[in-house]
Design a protein around this ligand. Structure first.
Ligand SMILES: [Zn+2]
Length: 237
């Protein structure tokens, strides 16, 4: 009887424990089923937070850079004005960057030996002068800025302000100065064949989307400084 009583006493808690264990295992099963979903939801939320914090602003920045690549205005790139101490006079009215002087003069000499006479029309132009050229001609010709920019750079955006640009004419065909017809002169034909030897490059070729063809306008890329100045320009849009 006492043994039975003991057994009964033992049975009751055992039964209770079994009940508790069943309840626990149901909870455990529920947890096992829902855990992967909870994990997925947690991961997605965490990822979204990280994207907003890190990738969000970065992608915005990238978008802004792509949108305003190189800071071009009407197809022209911004250029700093050359420090005055780097300017040298090569003709009464023509100043250029000291780095390109020898190459430019040597080019003219070699052309002369080939019977071709190059004339230097315009070298360095200050941002102030470019300002006068751009705005005065714009108002005289009643053109909008985008039209004007096809034939002249806005102030602060001209290769001429770097001292590394030179407008060249044919001394025997002065009527073609700053005209597209310059491309039909001996001087232009000679330049196309030989200018690269002296590190000069045509800046505004026919395929330029925004700026008109300028066969007379050449730029120097024969020094590290010059290459740096025109690095953006040499990158395709
Ligand atoms: Zn020019």
């Amino acid at each position: 009887m006492e043994q039975n009583k003991d057994l009964n006493q033992f049975d009751i808690p055992l039964a209770k424990r079994t009940y508790t264990n069943n309840r626990n295992s149901i909870l455990l099963k529920k947890l096992l089923i829902t855990a992967p979903f909870l994990l997925i939801i947690f991961s997605m939320t965490a990822l979204r937070l990280i994207r907003n914090i890190e990738v969000g602003p970065l992608s915005n920045l990238k978008f802004q850079v792509e949108k305003n690549q190189d800071n071009r205005i009407l197809g022209h790139l911004p250029y700093n004005e050359i420090p005055q101490e780097k300017l040298v006079l090569i003709e009464p009215n023509v100043e250029v960057h000291i780095d390109m002087r020898d190459s430019l003069l040597n080019m003219r000499e070699e052309a002369k030996r080939d019977g071709v006479y190059l004339v230097f029309l315009s070298g360095y132009r200050s941002i102030n002068l470019q300002n006068d050229i751009f705005y005065s001609l714009k108002s005289i010709r009643n053109q909008e800025a985008s039209e004007r920019a096809r034939v002249s750079a806005p102030p602060g955006y001209s290769e001429h302000s770097t001292g590394f640009a030179i407008d060249i004419g044919d001394a025997t065909k002065r009527e073609t100065d700053f005209e597209t017809e310059f491309e039909n002169t001996d001087a232009f034909r000679w330049l196309i064949k030989n200018a690269a030897k002296f590190h000069f490059k045509l800046s505004f070729a026919r395929d330029n989307k925004y700026i008109d063809y300028e066969p007379w306008h050449w730029r120097y890329e024969g020094s590290i400084e010059a290459l740096k100045v025109f690095e953006s320009s040499n990158r395709k849009l």
